[in-house]
Design a protein around this ligand. Structure first.
Ligand code: GLN
Length: 467
């Protein structure tokens, strides 16, 4: 058994014994759910899937549909119009509260029922059938398989959904809902009656965590900016009146539903889902909350957790490096005598702000006096963010202005990423880079004072952000 499944199994076993909570009964059909049903599933960013317990048992998605339908409406409307129609403030109230802004009637956020009904109404479609079809298509794309409905739960909610209809009529009266309240709540009940498994929900959550691209099917379901906004709303409003406490203890964007489904997203890491019908007072799955709390603690998943740098960014810094080129005894003597003029700084891993700042600090501490050659060995750097590339270029341009020659050894993809900054001479390996500096030194091309622009890829003064 692989280690992830083993950990899930162990967690499942430990939390199975947890009693307490009530199966939702206000939708009569939901009351028939088995309180013992309990499944956990995880999907990684690589699209690998893990599960324990009843992760293939189908249940209705209910409110866990809300973030996905929000993502669909957000795609249709764009961020400004979406925010104008549905707010993004945590209401701190129960899922079915009348959380409407005084005056405008704008619902507080899309994760409570009022906002979710308004959001469903905003999905562009010619008529309610077409709207339901688009929603089902969207949920299916998130799940990576064709989903269907539980007609009995749908009928049961239509028969008893007066409170949701009342919310819709209130919004209509306040002017914040333009569609027919009866039809729109029916569409909303349809969306809530979509059948999923915990394994499906994990893929859906992972798609949001993967910037909107389904990691299992590879399909781009929504734009990255839409996924980011959806996760933000989940983080602040996804757990109803338990949202604040959830962010304290678990610290992940999440969404729960009355049938006992619960999803959480580790952005860029994984999607996780739990199914267990008994709910706490805030309407969140008791075992779901316990499982996610334990998982977050054990794996340090809390978003506010300061990442621990397991590997150093700067691998080595120093002078006296020599290339493998054959040199005559005289050349060797000259190189040895000037060994302080060639300095190498090596780095590895991903360069984000913190790492780039560290690297530039190491460069400052290493540059030779009088000016010489700075060889930056970035062969083991795996990537750099655009902001960090600009920061690195500006820092190196400053070093170049003080008369140093900058020589970079890096892989093609890295050079392509920072291709806009040509204030340095690039090589495909440390040895070639050092050899070039040696050749320059032996040829007497000492970098004294700010260098004249050499054209092409040679070092040039003020090589900040220009091409
Ligand atoms: N269909 C349910 C309702 O609107 C969904 C609520 C929920 O899952 N919290 O009442």
């Amino acid at each position: 058994m692989d280690p992830v499944t083993k950990a899930l199994d162990e967690l499942h076993r430990r939390i199975s014994g947890l009693k307490g909570g009530e199966v939702a009964s206000y939708i009569p059909k939901l009351a028939q759910a088995d309180p013992e049903d309990f499944g956990i599933a995880i999907t990684s960013m690589g699209g690998r899937r893990y599960q324990a317990g009843k992760a293939d048992t189908e249940f209705t998605i209910q409110s866990v549909s809300k973030p996905f339908v929000y993502a669909l409406a957000l795609t249709d409307l764009g961020p400004d119009e979406m925010l104008r129609r549905v707010g993004a403030e945590p209401s701190g109230e129960a899922f079915n509260a009348i959380s409407l802004e005084p005056g405008t009637g704008r619902p507080a956020n899309p994760m409570v029922n009022a906002g979710a009904i308004a959001t469903t109404a905003l999905v562009s479609a010619a008529d309610p059938e077409a709207r339901s079809a688009r929603i089902l298509d969207c949920l299916s794309a998130f799940a990576g398989r064709r989903l269907g409905y539980d007609e009995e739960v749908y009928a049961s909610e239509v028969a008893t959904g007066d409170r949701n209809r009342a919310l819709a009529y209130l919004m209509r009266a306040a002017g914040s809902l333009s569609e027919d309240p009866y039809a729109v709540t029916a569409t909303y009940f349809r969306q809530c009656s979509v059948l999923v498994t915990a394994a499906d929900l994990a893929v859906m959550a992972a798609t949001l965590g993967n910037g909107g691209r389904n990691p299992v099917t590879g399909e781009r379901v929504v734009e990255r900016s839409v996924a980011v906004r959806t996760l933000a709303v989940m983080a602040t409003c996804g757990m109803y009146d338990g949202a604040g406490e959830w962010l304290l203890s678990v610290g992940l964007p999440a969404k729960s539903g009355v049938s006992g489904g619960l999803i959480a997203v580790g952005p860029g890491r994984f999607g996780v889902a739990v199914y267990s019908p008994p709910l706490d007072a805030a309407g969140n799955s008791v075992r779901g909350v316990a499982a996610l709390t334990a998982m977050s603690e054990r794996l340090a998943l809390h978003l506010m957790h300061v990442p621990v740098h397991l590997t150093a960014t700067v691998t080595d810094t120093g002078h006296g490096a020599r290339s493998s080129r054959a040199r005559s005894p005289e050349e060797s003597a000259l190189l040895n005598a000037s060994s302080r003029r060639i300095v190498v700084v090596g780095a590895q891993g991903e360069l984000e702000f913190t790492e780039t700042e560290q690297l530039l600090g190491a460069v400052e501490g290493a540059v030779p006096e009088p000016p010489g050659w700075l060889v930056l060995d970035l062969m083991a750097v795996t990537g750099i963010r655009p902001g960090s590339a600009a920061m690195l270029a500006a820092g190196l341009a400053d070093v170049a202005r003080r008369g140093h020659r900058i020589v970079v050894a890096a892989q093609e993809p890295f050079l392509a990423g920072v291709g806009g900054y040509s204030g340095w001479r690039a090589f495909a390996g440390r040895d070639d880079a050092v050899a070039w500096c040696e050749d320059q030194l032996l040829a007497g091309e000492l970098p004294v004072g700010p260098p004249a622009a050499e054209g092409g890829s040679g070092p040039s003064a003020g090589a900040g952000c220009g091409p």
